[in-house]
Design a protein around this ligand. Structure first.
Ligand code: UAG
Ligand code: ATP
Ligand code: API
Ligand code: MG
Length: 431
């Protein structure tokens, strides 16, 4: 992707050597350094380092907030974005669900953290749109591949560190080190004090938590009809309410409230006043239908599933889920065990098999389930959802996990239209 930069000796910049020519400079990054010679072969106008053009993208004119962690990044980032807009600021949000600016969708889904030049382009767009804040999710892949090189963060946030992406990071120790690597400098940081695997530079460090003493501590909470809590920050003690469900979302809300307090001059009371306006994130604990009760959620890791199913444990659950192909294989049996231990009935199905045999993926999941009495296997995801709805009895809840607001099913390299929520509405003849 070429980007036109005005008033420079070159006309365009690119991070792809194949696009270089006499008027296009090659932006040398950690990721493309192996293609330097190829850029010269393509008569690149010049070779420039990403940090040498950072100010041309206005990266120093906007406060960049980076959020990493296994789960909760999109929810926490979206909450901060919502609070800032409601408090009268202009803000941009980049992450799994795409690029958003001042309440408008600017780009659809790409990567949770795009390539470095794509992020710089988005930051430039945000600066041009008058945004004071650029909130971005930082994935573990992005940390390893340094897709954030040259960026200075106003605030770095850690949600949690559990298991995911071991297909890429190989060991949990490596994955933990990658996540903690983001917090070793002296940048202002906000850390989940209840995350035992967190290890960070104490300089400019702030914490949030429920079980442990923290800079921002949840003194009390209730999970009836949404969630409510009382947050303490030194002498300040402030109540808030929210429409999000689940104990885990209290962490996301605490992180978002604390972050907003750290990056603005607003009081906790002013921030608490806008918390209830945040309606949550599409595809995260989204109730598609109340009667029969059908919930769609994006949980696709053992901890995510544990948190969501625990949040619904007062009900009898019929859980429909699978696991992504070309992703962490080791999490699959653990996901199976979590579902079997917390659900009354489980239907294991396909979820973006990509280049893997969906039956192999399901076998990996079943390996974690000892008692298979209440387990059904149905490869076809639509049929699996149909079966769940057909067997659902009055007080039971159908919980469909893993895809959230994804509107596709990835088979090999093809994306076929498939949205759990639309399938439920079609099968229930809802509008
Ligand atoms: C496994 C993985 O992360 N792959 C990412 C990686 O691809 P790669 O290492 O093959 O990169 P590459 O194609 O060799 O290109 C590397 C660099 O060399 C340059 N290049 C390449 C070829 C060439 O001839 N000349 C040249 O200059 C490219 O422009 C690029 O800058 O670097 C690419 C450029 O940044 C990414 O687009 C690509 O993401 C792929 C598409 C992907 O699916 N990644 C997923 C796994 C991912 O990143 N997911 C995370 C987390 C998801 C989550 O849990 O939320 C995400 O951030 O979305
Ligand atoms: N704080 C949390 N702790 C554990 N699980 C969570 C938390 N927040 C959300 N979840 C679960 O994880 C799922 C994904 O949440 P979210 O999209 O906010 O995470 P994410 O970190 O952005 O994920 P991804 O890395 O896939 O983009 C949710 O649907 C929910 O099931
Ligand atoms: N953004 C995450 C979520 C994947 C969700 C699941 N539906 C799958 O495709 O594995 C990833 O790329 O690992
Ligand atoms: Mg995300």
């Amino acid at each position: 992707m070429k980007i036109e930069l005005p008033d420079q000796a070159y006309k365009y910049v690119t991070e792809n050597s194949g696009e270089c020519d006499e008027e296009t400079a090659f932006v040398l990054t950690h990721q493309n350094r192996a293609y330097l010679e190829d850029a010269k072969q393509h008569n690149a106008h010049s070779i420039i380092k990403i940090e040498d053009i950072a100010e041309l993208f206005g990266v120093n004119k906007i406060k960049i907030i980076g959020i990493t962690g296994t789960n909760g990044k999109t929810t926490t980032a979206s909450a901060i974005y919502s609070f800032l807009l409601d408090l009268g600021y202009k803000a941009a949000l980049q992450g799994t669900r795409g690029l958003f600016m001042n309440d408008e969708v600017c780009e659809g889904k790409t990567l949770t953290t795009p390539s470095v030049l794509n992020t710089y382009k988005h930051i430039y767009q945000a600066v041009c749109a008058g945004c004071e804040y650029f909130i971005m999710e930082v994935s573990s892949h992005a940390l390893v591949q340094r897709r954030i090189e040259g960026l200075k963060f106003e605030l770095k946030i850690l949600t949690n560190i559990t298991q995911d992406h071991l297909d890429y990071h190989k060991t949990i120790e490596e994955y933990i080190a990658v996540k903690n690597g983001f917090f070793q400098d002296e940048s202002k940081k906000l850390i989940n004090k209840d995350e035992p695997k967190a290890a960070f530079n104490f300089k400019n460090a702030y914490t949030y938590g429920i079980e442990n003493p923290a800079t921002y501590r949840l003194m009390a909470y209730s999970l009836n009809e949404g969630s409510s809590g009382i947050i303490q920050h030194f002498q300040e003690i402030v109540p808030f309410t929210a429409s999000l469900h689940g104990f885990f979302n209290l962490y996301n809300l605490m992180a978002a409230i604390a972050a907003t307090h750290l990056i603005t001059d607003k009081t906790l009371e002013e921030i608490a006043d806008v918390v209830d306006n945040f309606a949550g994130v599409s595809g995260r604990m989204e109730q598609v239908c109340a009667a029969p009760n059908v919930i769609v959620d994006f949980a696709h890791t053992p901890d995510g599933m544990q948190q969501v199913l625990n949040a619904l444990k007062e009900k009898e659950l019929i859980v429909v889920f699978g696991a992504g192909g070309d992703r962490d294989r080791l999490k699959r049996p653990i996901m199976g065990r979590v579902a079997a231990s917390l659900a009354k009935k489980v239907i294991v199905t396909s979820d973006n098999p990509r280049h893997e045999d969906p039956e192999i993926i399901i076998d990996d999941i079943l390996e974690g389930i000892q008692d298979k009495t209440n387990i059904i296997v149905e490869l076809n995801r639509k049929k699996a959802i149909q079966m769940a709805l057909d067997m659902q009895e009055d007080e039971e809840v159908v919980v469909i996990l893993g895809k959230g607001d994804e509107a596709y099913q990835v088979i090999y390299d093809e994306k076929f239209a498939f949205d759990d929520r639309e399938v439920v509405k079609e099968l229930l003849n809802l509008s």
